[in-house]
Write a protein that binds this ligand. Structure first.
Ligand SMILES: [Mg+2]
Length: 425
């Protein structure tokens, strides 16, 4: 049972994560402009480069034009014939495969730190997490001297840190302060502690949002960036949502958001307030309608779920294979990448995969035009090496398949690195 029944949620997002990983690896100072490149396009841009006008949608050449002293770092790659990723000086899309392993490795360290500092942590992406810090907030709240009415000095809640912002602070009357405001202030202190520890131990800066639910915490985390944090007290929620674009809200950045905007001719969350729950249900179905009615008012009870983990992993490469040797070399590269990720996942989550699928497409000419018409896949069951009996493989063909992959165990992670390796028979 919480002090007031509301939860305290912290959302933490690493600042330009891939760029920070490369800056740390290369020992570059924070003010050095840097962008991470994949082939000729930018994957991430640090804040020093953004200050010089470089943005994520620039090409590498455009970035160099805008900021001649920018450091352009190509992501690590697997080179044809090699089984480990490296930072190669020269890369070619025909002979190299991009590896995001360096970022996954750093991400695993960050999430270990999060797990150490908060009991209930959900991984939202490689560099984003939610933490439900309600219990810790209530523990600290119980130890505080209480005043009536409750008081909170927002300006000094995180030891006077200038990187802590409170939305709608000017309109918050001191006499209207609630117990929940005090609890959010404690959550902000916890967020600051986590971010400071993260920086001191791993050298990464991050941005946080602190609210009573997940969507609000994520939304407000984006208000002040980088290396800052933002709290939204309950009394400021409606004012904030009134002018917040609907498509910025979690789950409204895609098809549903576009549909709501075009169907109702609305832009901001506040524009939805004019519609009743029944009207929204009629247009978007009862589930979506009800959710929309609540989310535009900042109401959401989605739990922070520490068990949310990736359900599948994929290593893929678009390339031309002309001979069986070509195929074998690339299978080695794809398998090497998967092996590392499987082992990392086992170390972090204590699980092994159950199936392993090899899939490919064969280019065919139909009426003289190139088209990907023929696909093949092979699904292999992973069995423990200690388990008696042979591994088994199932082969399946897509509806348009005329060929089927029958390669043997070279595609699968090797037994020496993956204890439950598979064999295709
Ligand atoms: Mg980020």
């Amino acid at each position: 049972m919480t002090a007031s029944g509301t939860r305290c949620i912290v959302h933490i997002d690493m600042d330009a994560f891939y760029a920070q990983v490369e800056m740390k690896r290369l020992g570059l100072p924070r003010e050095a402009p840097l962008a991470v490149v994949q082939w000729s396009m930018l994957l991430a841009v640090n804040y020093a480069a953004r200050a010089e006008g470089v943005n994520r949608f620039d090409s590498a050449a455009e970035a160099a034009n805008k900021c001649p002293h920018i450091r352009l770092v190509h992501v690590a790659t697997y080179k044809e014939g090699e089984s480990e990723w490296r930072y190669h000086d020269k890369v070619d899309v025909k002979t190299h495969k991009v590896s995001l392993d360096p970022y996954r490795t750093e991400s695993a360290k960050i999430f270990k730190l999060f797990a150490r500092m908060a009991k209930t942590v959900e991984k939202a992406s490689i560099d984003e997490m939610y933490a439900d810090v309600t219990h810790e907030v209530d523990r600290r709240y119980a130890l505080m001297p209480h005043s009536h009415p409750p008081r909170v000095d927002w300006a000094t809640i995180v030891d006077g840190a200038s990187d802590n912002h409170v939305l709608g602070l000017d309109a918050l009357a001191p006499e209207a302060t609630t117990v929940d405001d005090v609890r959010l202030a404690i959550a902000a202190t916890i967020a600051k502690e986590v971010r400071t520890t993260l920086f001191n131990e791993l050298g990464y800066t991050s941005t946080a949002g602190i609210a009573h639910n997940k969507p609000l915490a994520k939304l407000v985390a984006g208000v002040h960036k980088p290396n800052q944090q933002t709290v939204i007290p309950a009394a400021s929620v409606l004012d904030f949502l009134k002018t917040t674009p609907l498509t910025k809200i979690r789950f409204l950045g895609g098809k549903l958001g576009d549909e709501v905007v075009s169907t109702l001719n609305v832009q901001n969350a506040g524009d939805l307030w004019q519609f009743s729950e029944a009207e929204l249900a009629q247009k978007f179905g009862s589930q979506s309608g009800s959710w929309l009615f609540n989310i535009c008012r900042g109401i959401d009870d989605t739990k922070v779920d520490p068990k949310v983990m990736v359900k599948s992993m994929m290593a893929a490469k678009r390339l031309q294979i002309k001979t069986a040797d070509d195929a074998e070399r690339w299978f080695h590269i794809l398998a090497a990448e998967l092996t590392q990720r499987i082992n990392d996942d086992h170390e972090f989550n204590g699980r092994w995969p159950k199936t392993f699928t090899v899939a490919g497409k064969k280019k065919e000419k139909i009426c003289g035009a190139d088209t990907n018409q023929s696909a093949c896949s092979c699904t292999i069951l992973f069995l423990a090496l200690t388990r008696p009996g042979p591994s088994r493989a199932r082969f399946r063909r897509s509806s348009r398949t005329r060929t089927c992959c029958r390669r043997r165990s070279r595609e699968s992670p090797s037994p020496s690195t993956s204890p439950r390796a598979s064999r295709c028979r």
